[in-house]
Structures are given as C-alpha cells and as structure tokens.
Design a protein around this ligand. Sequence first.
Ligand code: ZN
Length: 477
Amino acid sequence: MQERQQSKRKLLFLIVFIHLLPQCLGRPQSKNGRYRQTFEEVKREIAGYKDIAKAIIDLAVYGKAQNRSYERLALFVDTIGPRLSGSKNLDTAIKYMHNALKENGLENVHLEPVKIPHWERGEESAMMVEPRCHNLAILGLGNSIATPPEGITAEILVVTSFDELHARAPEAKGKIVVYNEPYISYGETVQYRSQGAVEAAKAGAVASLIRSIASFSINSPHTGWQYYRSDVPRIPTACISVEDAEMMARMSSKGMKIVVNLKMEAKTYPDASSFNTVGEIVGSKYPEQVVLVSGHLDSWDVGQGAMDDGGGAFISWEALSLIKNLGLRPKRTLRLVLWTGEEQGGVGANQYYQLHKVNISNFDIVMESDEGTFMPTGLAFTGSDKARSIMREVMQLLQPINVTAVYENGGGTDVDYWVQDGVPGASLLDDITKYFWFHHSNGDTMTVQDPNQMNLCAAVWTVVSYVIADMEEMLPR
Ligand SMILES: [Zn+2]
C-alpha cells in the first residue's frame, strides 16, 4: 500500500514537474497575458543585443551585403516585369523566388497554394470628342467590366465629392461621372477609386472616370482595385490623370458640354491558382514559435512593381539572408512570406491566415513592409502598451543609423488579419513623400529605388525581426 502511495506521490510530483518544466526553461507566458520578466530585466536583455545589432548594420550598410537587396530586386523586376494577380508574370516571379530562396540556403522553402482573382485590362482608351478632340490618359480599374466594342459615348458630369454627386443625382443619369476629388490622404481619398463606380451607377451613370489617387502628377493615371456591389448595376470604370480631371472640372464650370468616348476590353477570368512563397530560419529553442516578416510579390500590371512591393518583399528576404550570413540562429523561427494577390485585397494572405490561425498563439509578431523602402524613419507598431515599451527598447539598438522612433498603427493589408486578432504587428516607416507619386502607375520602376535607402531599411527590418525572434519571451499581447 505504502509503496503504491509513494509511487503515486512520485507520479504526482512528476506530473507537476513536467507541467512546470517549460516555465523553468523560460517558456513564454504571454499566451495567458503574463510576462515573467520585469521591465528592467527585459531592458537589460535587449541591451545585450547591441553588438549583434551593430554587426547587422555593418554588414547591411557598409559591408559585403551592401546594395544586395537593391541588386537582387533590379535583376528580378528587370527580368520579370510587373506581376498582376493571375498573370503568367506572377507565376514566373513565384517560381523565380522559390528557386532563389532555396539557392540562398533558407530552410523549409515551399509554396502554399491559394486561389486569386484573374482580371485583365486588355486594350483601353478614352477620347474627349467635345468640345475638342483630346486623348485622355487612362488606366482601367481592377475588376472593371468592359464597354461594348464601339465604346460608350456620353456627356460628362464632373463632381468633386460623393455629396455633390448625391445632390446632383438627377443630372448623372445616362452620363459618365468624372470625380475630381481633391487628394487629402491615400486612406481617405481612395474611397473614390474603390466605390466611385457603385455610387455613380446608383445615380444612373453609364461609366465613371476617377481622378487618380496621387499626391503629385505628370499626367500619369494610377490604377487600383475597385469593388462592385451585387445590388447595383456594374458600369465600366477607369482612372484618369489629375491634369485631365482638373481640366474637365474647369471646362464644366464654364458651362462647356464635354463628351467622351470610353473603350475598355477588361475581362474577368475564373480565379487562378497561385502561391504564397515561404522560407525560414528554424528557431533553435522554440521552433514552433514564429516571427513573420513579409512583403507582397504581386503588383499592378503597369511599371515594374519595384516600389510596390518589390522593395518590401526584398528587404524581407534580405533580413533572413543577413542573419544567415552572420551565422545567427534565433530561438524562434523566422519566417519569410511573400504574399500573392495583395492588390486585390490581401487575397493570398487571407487564405494563409485561414489555414494557420489555429496556431495563432505561436505567432510572436507579424511584420509587413508595403509602404515603400525610402529613407527609414522608424517602426510602426500595433500591440499592448507593454509590448510597445519593449519595441521602444529594441529600436534603441538602431541608434547607430539614427532610426529609433516607434509610431502607432503598425501592420499592413496582408498581416492585419492577425493584428485584428491581437497578434502584435509592425511595419516599416519611411519617408513616404514620393510614394504616391509612383504608386500603381507606370512610374513604379527601379528608378524610384535607392540602394542606400534599401540598405538602411534592411538593417532596421533585420535587427527588429532577429531580436524579437531571439528574446527569451514572446511579446506580451
Ligand atoms: Zn503594396
């Protein structure tokens, strides 16, 4: 009896011990909102990464890896070109990156299948035929339907806002609505691109032309995705240049009658098979826990998609390359994901999230760079106050390049699924002044990119992702 009781007690002790073992080994408790270390301890832990951060910066900015992300990106975009969702170019790009990541020696390099939209613009044109002949620079908006082959010829109604359109709705019937909305910010003004066709159709318009969402223009149209509604008739829609929108507004304010012939061949095909491209450095101590760094591989079908989001995708790859070059292996897994179908609303990333959200408690932080790789100014972060104060300490490691600020609202289209569920999110903040000059236009080419600035962005991205992946505890939520 006694022996059995003793062995029972031993068993109980063993169970308790096994249960506590992970904590004794420093398992993070942040899953339950607990964080074991005091802030002073965390501060000291982070300060201990000073030499590693310095080594990363030296290698990325001054050393052998200098200009590597720029050179890799130039070869990629010059060879492949733009990478529209559902296009052959995008398939080629994914195969190219799959090989490149393997050749780079990353681990678990693989493709995860997803379905993405397949829309093609075909031939398109818009000719002002009254009061004079003038060829308008246009780009059809993603998801738009075509016009009949002979085009749509109709009078123009110019409005500057949805409010004005609603007030003048009776005038819109049978016309092409031109939106000449002022550019306030991308986030605010982009509603005219995404909902302009629906609002115009509700008023009985036959097509809509939207002033490009751009902070500066040299007569360039800027495309982008737009959404129809099942309860509103679909009408063809395209963006026009700031210059043409303003000209038509001036003409109509003088009472001139403007007539435009719009021709678009746009076509939507069944959803295409595509892939998110993944590569890792597997964690040495907590391999199941993940620090995710990412950018999107798809782009619009104009320019080269070098800025949006070639830069973000390639500094994310560079982060893993630099860590490998330095012979480092963080405690957690550093996972690179190159998303597909972002421009159509984070379509590839959504399927990734649906597939992997069962493991959400193992996602330490999700990072995406998709707002340019110009001169970096800091990190945007979304997370708890406690996590934010940890991020502030991590950013102090970037003092040698003077990029230490932590801002609000970190995340991105592709990682926001996780951020909304409480996973800390980060994005790179840079000098975004010129970003919307080129965004979704033929101007988005390698010429926009600067090797020095990409080096600095890569250094920030690498230090942050490595240190978070290597710290003893996950970020508190
Ligand atoms: Zn983008």
